[in-house]
Design a protein around this ligand. Structure first.
Ligand code: NAD
Length: 485
């Protein structure tokens, strides 16, 4: 085992749990046993909630301009430790080193946004009647929880940590049991940046801890990022206890390619979108709708896909189960009559035989009823469907239950605008394969890709992590009286 066993982080210290249930953390790159992660119990969660509750009065009363000083320091620490954080991310998640560097750079951007929160939450004040002022204040909620998935071990935690904490809350995070090492490293950096003990806590575990978070009377709000099946369970369970909840789910993102699209740019974008992070991104292109004759672009997409080499510029998928699931999808599509133009099955990387790799895969002549057309595959696979018109393409996109992202590739501005209006997704790209809105814009999909109101990052997160207090005051009776005062 390369690293010592993962511990919980409660009240500023790494601590053990009494539970003897544990899972192995295996590197998808080569199958190395990295560490063990404990499956904590409700007792551990109770200790974390107690620590967060104790820290809350002082932290929430600290002025926000002081609170964000921690995040200025945290940002410089992320910069200082970028290489080491990226290496750890790559090791536990399987993505390439370059992708991991981009992930840590995104953490830095998310933290930068949090340092701007004092300017964004200054509230409003207005004389609403003679001598009467109304004022709004964003008040922190208390102890909040963040439950995160495996595919971005550092970035998704940083979607919630800087904003929720800078806004005055105390947090408990439940990392993915598949990639718990990065989160532990973030705890050390937050402490080094000066975050008081108890403001940030980590409880490792599986569904038992997730359920306990949803049920715990001391937790005010729950954010979740993961698959749609679990997002629904968490949203239902947390809201059944009248908690505020925001649960982001899975995705099936459609790219619509029109015949006037720029061939090289489109092919490069499609290939990068379907294969980046080995297709394990909720913003990955998973289905492509070819409108009319775009064979010349499909040929170029295949050329681009063939340049993507597992173990070099393509990382591993998270585990063997995932590798087998992805390959099953490809087998099934082939049996149903789809044509495999580029085949990533049975990929082995020399010297890393214990790793779990799937090569880039392009499947053509997919029909909308096939499971590769409908379901989230979460691997470097693109399923191409063919239509004659833009409206048919939109009908396919609209019929899928998810709604994270959609993109169109065209040189026709009017057509692009039409697709922006008609696509049923929260984030739309025009000639952009991965249309992630950058700060201060907020990240969030529609339909079965998100449950709850608002988005998880950017300005929208302010509404989720705070409640609004409205005060109406009058101190000068000489101002006179009208019907409202
Ligand atoms: P997952 O749903 O399996 O796990 C997410 C979290 O839920 C983990 O912390 C896990 O421990 C916990 N969990 C798993 N099973 C549970 C259960 N039965 N009850 C309670 N909790 C449970 O997701 P994953 O495999 O870690 O991540 C991949 C998924 O996340 C994909 O579907 C991807 O699209 C999605 N995702 C979505 C977004 C988004 O912004 N919409 C971002 C990243 C990932």
């Amino acid at each position: 085992m390369k690293y010592s066993p993962v511990q919980n982080f409660i009240n500023g210290k790494f601590v053990n749990t009494d539970s003897d249930r544990k899972l192995s953390v295996i590197s998808p790159l080569d199958g190395n046993h990295l560490s063990d992660v404990p499956m904590s119990t409700t007792k551990d969660l109770n200790a974390a909630v107690q620590a967060a509750k104790t820290a809350f009065p002082a932290w929430s009363k600290t002025p926000i301009k002081e609170r964000v000083q921690v995040f200025f320091k945290y940002k410089t620490l992320l910069e200082k430790h970028l290489k080491e954080l990226a290496e750890l991310c790559s090791e536990e998640n399987g993505k390439t080193y370059g992708e991991s560097v981009a992930e840590i750079e995104k953490c830095i951007e998310l933290t930068e946004f949090a340092t701007s929160l004092p300017q964004l939450v200054s509230g409003e004040i207005l004389e609403v009647s003679k001598g009467v002022e109304c004022r709004t204040e964003h008040v922190p909620l208390g102890v909040v929880a963040s439950i995160v998935p495996f595919n971005f071990p550092s970035m998704v935690p940083n979607w919630t940590i800087p904003n929720a904490i800078a806004l005055g809350n105390c947090m408990i995070i439940k990392p993915s049991e598949k990639v718990p090492l990065s989160c532990a490293r973030l705890a050390i950096l937050l402490k080094e940046a000066g975050l008081p003990d108890g403001v940030f806590n980590i409880v490792n575990g599986d569904s038992e801890i997730v359920n306990a978070i949803c049920d715990h009377p001391g937790i005010e709000a729950v954010s979740f990022v993961g698959s749609t099946k679990i997002a629904k369970l968490v949203y239902q369970r947390a809201t059944s206890h009248f908690k505020r909840a925001l649960a982001l789910g899975g995705a099936k993102n459609h790219l619509m390619v029109l015949p006037d699209a720029k061939p090289d740019m489109t092919a490069q974008n499609v290939a990068a979108s379907m294969s980046g992070c080995a297709g394990q991104r909720c913003m990955a292109a998973s289905a492509m709708v070819a409108v009319g004759n775009v064979d010349h672009i499909i040929n170029k997409i295949c050329d681009e896909a063939k340049k993507i080499v597992p173990g070099e510029n393509l990382g591993a998928v998270i585990n063997k189960e995932s590798q087998e699931r992805i390959e099953r999808y490809i087998d099934e599509a082939e049996k149903q009559g789809a044509k495999i133009l580029v085949d990533g099955r049975k990929t082995k990387v020399k010297g890393k035989e214990g790793g779990t790799y799937v090569g880039p895969t392009v499947i053509d002549y997919v029909t909308p009823e096939m499971s590769v057309a409908k379901e989230e595959i979460f691997g470097p696979v693109i399923s191409i469907m063919r239509t004659n018109t833009v409206d048919e393409a939109l009908a396919i996109e609209n019929a899928n239950p998810y709604g994270n992202a959609a993109s169109v590739f065209t040189q026709n501005g009017g057509m692009a605008r039409y697709i922006i209006e008609k696509a049923s997704a929260g984030m739309i790209g025009v000639n952009v394969g991965v249309p992630v809105p950058r700060e201060p814009f907020s990240f969030g999909g529609w339909n079965e890709s998100k449950f709850g109101v608002g988005d998880i990052t950017g300005k929208s997160s302010i509404e989720f992590w705070t409640k609004l207090k409205k005060s109406t005051t009058k101190w000068n009776p000489e101002a006179g009286v009208n019907w409202m005062s």
